[in-house]
Design a protein around this ligand. Structure first.
Ligand SMILES: [Zn+2]
Length: 57
C-alpha cells in the first residue's frame, strides 16, 4: 500500500482511484478542491489551476 496523498488545501487524505492517470483531475472529497495528479509513483497531487471553460472556440 502506498501512502495516500493529502489535499494541499485542507490536508485530508485523497482517495485516488487505482486506475488514475497522470494529469487526471480529481476532487477532494473533503473540501471539493480540484486536484491534479502530478506524479504517480509516489502519488502526488497539486491544486489544479482554475481553468474556465475556454477552449478557444
Ligand atoms: Zn481538500
Amino acid at each position: 500500500m502506498s501512502t495516500l496523498p493529502t489535499c494541499p488545501v485542507c490536508g485530508a487524505s485523497i482517495l485516488v482511484p487505482a486506475n488514475v492517470m497522470k494529469h487526471e483531475i480529481i476532487p477532494c472529497q473533503d473540501c471539493g478542491t480540484e486536484l491534479e495528479i502530478v506524479n504517480l509513483d509516489p502519488l502526488e497531487v497539486e491544486q489544479a489551476p482554475e481553468v474556465q471553460e475556454d477552449w478557444g472556440e
